[in-house]
Design a binder for this molecule. Structure first.
Ligand code: 13P
Length: 253
């Protein structure tokens, strides 16, 4: 059985490198006590050197929260895929709903970034998710279109090495996560859409993560009933006691 993934999206936290070191130290500490779960710390760019280049560290991987799709040149303020790779990052979150909604990131940009990440040897964690969850299935149609557009132009060989994070926007930063039964249904739908694009075999091996108000209390149910391969967590990723309990809860499933 492949390992479960616990990806911590630190978002724009914390404000000091001392705090970043403290949070990361807790990742390292818990990583040696778990065996079925891989931790991936995704801090703001400026802290990546703190989490990526620690000597002898193998149990916690590191990733970025974004990157630019061009490889180098006159793009003030941007970070290239190779810069991340050279810092030791293995993963990169692409198309988070906060970037799509607050920074105007389109499906087209997401697809360009996904391709560029793959070319650079980074594993893209592509975020998809609907804003509202209706009962008549319109959200499934939205998801289908978003997935197709976000992966447009991606070669099959690259599609074999991506991760999809399903993050319903209404469940992010909320009081409760989506119901595990609904997560299961939507995760299956995502694999079906993926199969339509890349074929059944590739879809069978696609890791689908869930994100949105995951914590140590709901993690086991979401994993076992929701049938996902892990989580992309926000608040709990920088809440040291909560993160430790979450990693332990996941590892017991
Ligand atoms: P929360 O875990 O805080 O709901 O955030 C989810 C998220 O946006 C992770 O990318």
């Amino acid at each position: 059985m492949s390992k479960k993934l616990l990806v911590g999206n630190w978002k724009m936290n914390p404000q000091t490198s001392d705090d970043a070191k403290r949070i990361f130290a807790s990742y390292k500490k818990i990583s040696v006590k778990i065996s079925k779960t891989v931790l991936i710390a995704c801090p703001p760019f400026v802290y990546l050197p703190l989490v990526s280049l620690t000597k002898g560290q193998k149990k916690v991987l590191s990733g970025a929260q974004d990157m630019f799709f061009e490889s180098e040149g006159a793009y003030t303020g941007e970070i290239s895929p190779r810069m991340l790779k050279n810092l030791g990052a293995s993963h990169v979150i692409i198309g988070h709903s906060e970037r799509r909604n607050k920074m105007g990131e389109t499906d087209e940009i997401v697809s360009k970034k996904t391709i560029a990440a793959s070319v650079a040897g980074l594993i893209p964690i592509i975020c998809v998710g609907e804003a509202t969850h209706d009962n008549d299935g319109a959200y499934l149609e939205f998801l289908r279109n978003q997935i197709k557009a976000s992966l447009s132009g991606l070669p099959i060989a690259a599609a074999k090495k991506i991760i999809i994070a399903y993050e319903p926007i209404w469940a992010i930063g909320a009081a409760e996560a989506m119901k595990p039964e609904d997560i299961r249904e939507t995760a299956l739908f995502i694999k079906k859409v993926f199969a339509d694009i890349f074929g059944q075999e590739v879809a069978l091996n696609l890791p689908v993560l869930y994100g949105g108000s995951v914590n140590w209390r709901n993690a086991a149910d979401i994993l076992s009933i929701g049938q996902v391969d892990g989580f992309l967590v926000g608040r709990e990723s920088v809440n040291v006691p909560g993160f430790i309990e979450l990693a332990k809860a996941m590892d017991q499933v």
